[in-house]
Design a protein around this ligand. Structure first.
Ligand code: NAD
Length: 338
């Protein structure tokens, strides 16, 4: 918080539709008079000692402000480039990826009762990036699981359950097959659970969880799910599908100090620059950010305006939601309803 009562937040607009959906967020925040000053930074990667790195200006901004809102970043294709998203997560030690999915009233899908919270380990597991060729035609990819990383993401899940009044933490795993790696994740959860006696610990096999959620998401309402990296990546997209897709789903990358909030979707190169992008996912990510910053009144106001706009009919919503509006019209309609 600055001396004038305002907060400075780092804004990474991102690539492709990132520019358009960030502009929508900025317009809506200005209209809602949210006490935030955006500090825009460019994260176009630079090469440092032969490795892809984020420019220091961007790193310093996030370190100073502790909170950032991020648009999608296109992953450069080719050797020698690592995903910039991964680099950001590693640079700021954003160990937990929080992905809530709640049915959007007014946007009909086969389900109207989805209210899931999924926490994905964000730094290691199957995405450790350790791969090599053993001999021609044989490759090895290492799933790295460490107790410290398990502990912090599982503890985060219990804290989140406590803070949001959910009575149960559910570990989603495949320890039947991945006996040692997922086994460590599961046994760590049993240890950590002792610190939270009022919260029940459950465990479920990933395939079974998929089957049960798509059959009936209702039993997952009072639950915080926590799981290794790859499982969380896939299962969270599945949950997103239940409520209407990636255009609607927010997320937060949480660390001990820094948090970066971002839409789950990518830079949508197929519609970039055409004024068609749906800014809802980034907006709802920013709403998560506002609640994290304890600016709950602004969060409620913006969330209500977005949801009532979506419910107001196809002429006001974007094409990915089977509407006919462009980004600008949708944004104006949200502003009218603030
Ligand atoms: P994508 O999410 O960009 O697009 C998938 C489909 O969904 C496209 O048809 C797109 O038009 C549509 N879509 C996505 N977001 C939308 C929105 N807000 N409004 C309307 N339609 C939307 O996935 P992709 O095409 O596989 O990836 C494109 C690039 O984004 C790649 O370089 C990828 O690496 C990157 N990516 C980045 C992130 C991130 O920054 N967190 C996440 C995923 C993908």
């Amino acid at each position: 918080k600055n001396a004038d009562g305002k907060y400075t937040v780092t804004m990474i607009e991102g690539d492709g539709i990132g520019v358009e959906i960030s502009a929508a967020v900025k317009d809506i925040y200005a209209a809602a008079k949210v006490p935030i000053i955006w500090e825009a930074v460019d994260v176009t990667p630079i090469l440092k000692d032969g490795k892809t790195a984020i420019p220091d200006v961007a790193i310093d901004s996030v370190k100073r402000n502790l909170v950032a809102l991020k648009g999608p970043l296109a992953t450069p294709i080719g050797k020698g480039h690592v995903s910039l998203n991964l680099t950001l997560r590693r640079t700021f030690n954003l160990f937990a990826n929080l992905r809530p999915c709640r049915s959007v009233v007014g946007y009909k899908t086969p389900y109207d009762n989805v209210d899931t919270v999924l926490i994905r380990e964000n730094t290691e597991g199957e995405y450790s990036g350790i791969e090599h060729v053993v001999v021609d035609g044989v490759v090895q990819s290492i799933k790295l699981i460490t107790r410290p990383a398990c502990e912090r993401v599982i503890r985060y899940a219990f804290q989140h359950a406590r803070a949001t009044g959910k009575p149960k933490v559910l570990v989603v795993h495949k320890a039947t097959i991945m006996k040692m790696s997922d086994g460590l994740f599961l046994s760590t959860a049993k240890e950590i659970a002792k610190e939270y006696p009022e919260i029940e610990l459950g465990a479920e096999l990933l395939d079974n969880t998929c089957l049960k959620i798509v059959t009936d998401p209702e039993p997952y309402k009072p639950v915080v799910m926590v799981m290794p990296n790859l499982y969380g990546d896939i299962l969270s997209d599945m949950c997103s599908g239940l409520i209407g897709g990636l255009g609607l789903t927010p997320s937060g990358n949480m660390g001990d100090e820094v948090s970066i909030f971002e839409a789950v979707h990518g830079s949508a190169p197929d519609i970039a620059g055409k004024g068609l992008a749906n800014p809802t996912a980034l907006l709802l990510s920013s709403v998560m950010m506002l609640r994290h910053m304890k600016l709950n009144d602004y969060a409620d106001k913006i969330e209500n305006a977005v949801l009532t706009t979506i419910a107001s009919g196809p002429e006001n919503i974007t094409r990915d939601l089977k509407g006919t509006a462009g980004t600008k019209h949708f944004t104006e309609q949200i502003i009218r309803r603030l």
